[in-house]
Design a protein around this ligand. Structure first.
Ligand code: ADP
Ligand code: MP5
Length: 278
């Protein structure tokens, strides 16, 4: 039987991030992709030019339409924009017994805000308590916790804080770290697991959509039935291959390569690049 994943996110018409990145990643990993659109953005590799959010009722209707017809195996959320949208999404997802990846998207690489400030409390109160995995980058983890993050001790403190908000597990992504030479993410779960996943840093400006692509790969692996920790390691492989084989298109932050994982790299070869520290 085919595994089905759903993304609840904004559209990035330039195809590197948002719902487009999610569906390409699901497809690449052999998982059937479905979606509920929360906002339409006009953007390219240089930045976000315009945003139009979708009526929350239409968002609820999209989610219902899928869940009443398909056996969805995992869900991810991306750009949610407002507290009204977060409330509707939380209401729709709260009793679903399937993995839920919350990527707390806040600011696009070019600096545009993809989440209103008034929505941060709703994200913490309504969505984090029902999350299977939350995947903040460093600035997002700082906003969610009110902590300043400069080193591993700070990262671990922030992860514990996010678990205390009710999430089952958290990955604090290291793409914005300046204190370590590698791309190093921390995984921590309420069940007591903790490890760092590290790949060599790739010197590139083409990182548009890295967070969306990473969270979509994680969702696909969870939809397939992998355990959280294993899915985190596989998703790290996926994003590393996607960044390493970046496409160099557009004049700003170009997209990653969503098909690199299977076609250009083998998982086995790539696993050697991943270092897991307990
Ligand atoms: N230049 C890079 N080289 C290798 N891995 C990277 C690089 N930039 C980001 N990553 C990895 O990509 C994933 C997404 O991280 P990040 O860029 O922090 O997310 P976001 O897009 O949400 O800011 C993480 O696993 C991170 O370690
Ligand atoms: C619709 C949408 N969702 C999310 C992102 C964040 O992507 P990134 O921060 O990796 O550029 C984006 N640019 N657009």
């Amino acid at each position: 039987m085919v595994q089905i994943a759903m993304t609840i996110a904004g559209s990035d018409n330039s195809g590197g991030a948002g719902i487009q990145a999610d569906i390409k990643t699901f497809q690449e990993l052999g998982v059937f992709g479905t979606s509920a659109l929360t906002a339409v953005t006009a953007q390219n590799t240089q930045g976000v030019h315009a945003i139009q959010s979708i009526d929350p009722e239409i968002i609820a209707a999209q989610i219902e339409a899928i869940f009443t017809d398909f056996p969805v195996h995992a869900v991810k959320t991306g750009m949610l924009f407002s507290s009204e949208i977060i409330q509707v999404v939380a209401e729709q997802l709260k009793n679903k017994e399937i993995p839920l990846v919350i990527d707390p998207v806040m600011i696009a690489k070019g600096g545009a805000s993809l989440l209103r400030e008034e929505a941060i409390e709703a994200l913490k109160k309504e969505l984090l308590p029902i999350a299977t995995v939350v995947t903040p980058n460093i600035p997002e983890a700082e906003v969610l916790t009110g902590l300043q993050i400069q080193n591993n001790a700070d990262i671990e403190k922030a992860a514990k804080h996010i678990l205390a908000l009710g999430a089952k597990s958290v990955v604090i992504k290291g793409g914005h770290r300046v204190d370590v030479p590698d791309a190093e993410d921390l995984f921590m779960s309420a069940a007591g697991e903790k490890f760092y996943v590290r790949t060599p840093w790739i010197d590139t400006k083409d990182t548009h959509g890295t967070g969306c692509t990473y969270a979509a790969a994680l969702t696909a692996f969870l939809a397939e039935g992998k355990k959280q920790a294993d899915a985190v390691i596989s998703a790290k492989n996926f994003i590393h291959a996607a960044i390493e084989n970046g496409l160099d298109i557009g004049s700003g932050h170009g997209p990653t390569n969503h098909w690199a994982y299977k076609q250009r790299m083998t998982v086995e070869k790539h696993k050697k690049g991943v270092v897991i520290d307990g």
